[in-house]
Design a protein. Sequence first.
Length: 260
Amino acid sequence: MLCGAGLAPAATPEPYDPWPGLVQDIFNNRAMNDGAGVIGIEMPYRAEDAAIVPVTLRAMLPPGDSRRVLAVTLVIDQNPAPMAARFELGQDSAVSEISTRVRVNNYTDVHAVAELSDGKLYVAKTYVKASGGCSAPASKNADDAQAKLGQMRFRQFARAGDGPASGAREAQVMIGHPNNSGLQMDQVTQLYIPAFFVNELRLWQDDSLVLAMEGGISISEDPNIRFTYVPNGARRFRVEAKDTEGHVFQNEWKTDGSGI
């Protein structure tokens, strides 16, 4: 009789799913409700560049729904630091869409978790094929990155004459910053470059909060946040960003677009 005859072949192990552990670590094991009709997430199925993968988060509550989205957390399950960003939405800003660019380190599920005013969490997910984004070298050398550190640009995509003042507007804030992940290697010294990234960002219309972000190493070099909001009649847009070395960057622009 042959050795091992009659034994069933070993079962292929199920691939490890980090999501249950992330629910415990990031959300204190709170219940996750189906986010269909509440929160949407859009990313390319196969990324062209793993270091700058576009992602759009979209609030989808129907008109007349009395609930409000308080915050949205973006989780890239297989990244070394899975919580990419948490966005807090201003109470009166009616932010309905946020787009940015992220690093993706491995083929992974990506979750968007919305916290609503009913006290519940709602989740949506997508799948992205990309790898190596967190260790990809920076596009700028260190001197260029230092020269542009903290420089901000602000763009508005709908002006006062483009529609009713009460209608939604789109804007974009860009910040010059290397956003080093801590996993990139200096090609000269062959040493890892320390993590150094924008970890706080806040935007206001005058003194009314529009959007706040708590960011991590997964946000791409030169953070770029595009969002929709409803104007409140403010005369200026203010932005403040902080990074992990304690730098504070501030700027403001008139809401009619002058000075951009």
